[in-house]
Design a protein around this ligand. Structure first.
Ligand code: SIN
Length: 286
């Protein structure tokens, strides 16, 4: 069986066939990993994986890291988080919404996440798509003057920080004292250099989990204006790819160092059940 890789989006996202995830040879791993670095997002359909096999795939990429909010870990595989809007057992099977706003996983932590992987267990006949944006394409598309202006800038990120402290999604609403203590503010470069490819990406995010407080050393008004400009730029349709989950048995892998994403699960009605396994690997300090 030979591996085929077909580009789906204009600058990123590829679909992979012919890969035996449970018996991945070193040669196939090399092909898969190169395809991942080149395409930033891989879609691997038609899989039949146990939660343990999915966890093993995560471990092949790197050190698996648990989500800072622990209550929706899979009962048999604590490294795997459950995403689900299924409440038919009397309580939620998993977290319903892993982020209906643009973000990159763990961008607010000292050590960020390299890969995030999802595996579809149950997919509704419509809805629940996942959106992605290519942060390297967005960086490349900036005017040279903006590239020069933001080149050395850093910003402060604080998990679920928001100017609006009454926002029900802010970090104060549901985190334990320990979870809060584990997510202190951290500083990030506005432009991140990918440690494996050397490519540059815009690395700021409008989503609440990333809690971008402001550019270091810049007046608040100037910082807010610059961030708003960058968010407007990043979220243009031309950098996006809308991934439609075809059904169960699909593995999706993305590179948080150069891609941001958002879920649409909040828009799902109660009769449209969607359940996925989720894994993240530990990355470096940008
Ligand atoms: C995630 O944000 O990790 C999951 C995205 C999704 O549920 O579509």
């Amino acid at each position: 069986m030979s591996i085929t890789v077909e580009r789906l989006g204009s600058s990123f996202v590829a679909e992979v066939h012919g890969v035996d995830i449970e018996n991945l040879s070193d040669a196939d791993w090399t092909v898969l990993h190169r395809a991942y670095l080149e395409n930033k997002i891989l879609v691997i359909p038609d899989q039949d994986l146990s939660v343990h096999a999915f966890a093993a795939l995560g471990a092949r990429f790197g050190e698996v890291v648990r989500h800072p909010v622990a209550k929706f870990a899979h009962p048999d595989e604590p490294d795997v988080m459950m995403l689900s809007n299924d409440t038919s057992y009397g309580k939620p099977v998993g977290v319903k919404d892993a982020g209906s706003f643009w973000h990159s996983d763990r961008s607010y932590m000292q050590r960020t996440s390299n890969e995030t992987m999802l595996y579809s267990v149950e997919i509704p006949d419509e809805g629940g798509d996942t959106y992605f944006a290519d942060l390297e394409a967005a960086y490349e598309d900036l005017p040279d003057a903006t590239k020069r202006r933001i080149g050395g800038l850093r910003y402060i990120s604080h998990y679920r920080w928001t100017k609006d402290r009454d926002d029900p999604e802010s970090r104060w609403s549901f985190m334990t004292p320990e979870e809060r203590a584990n997510t202190p503010p951290t500083d990030r470069p506005v432009v991140r250099i990918h440690p494996e490819t050397g490519r540059k990406a815009l690395f700021v995010f409008p989503g609440i989990t990333t809690g971008v407080k402001g550019i270091v050393g810049m007046e608040e008004a100037e910082s807010d204006a610059l961030l708003e400009d960058l968010y407007g730029h990043l979220t243009q349709d031309k950098f996006q790819y809308r991934f439609k989950w075809g059904g169960p048995g699909t593995v999706l892998i993305w590179d948080n160092r150069c891609v941001m994403h958002k879920a649409t699960t909040k828009q799902l009605s109660a009769d449209k059940i969607r359940t996925l396994y989720r894994i993240s690997t530990l990355g470096g300090v940008p």
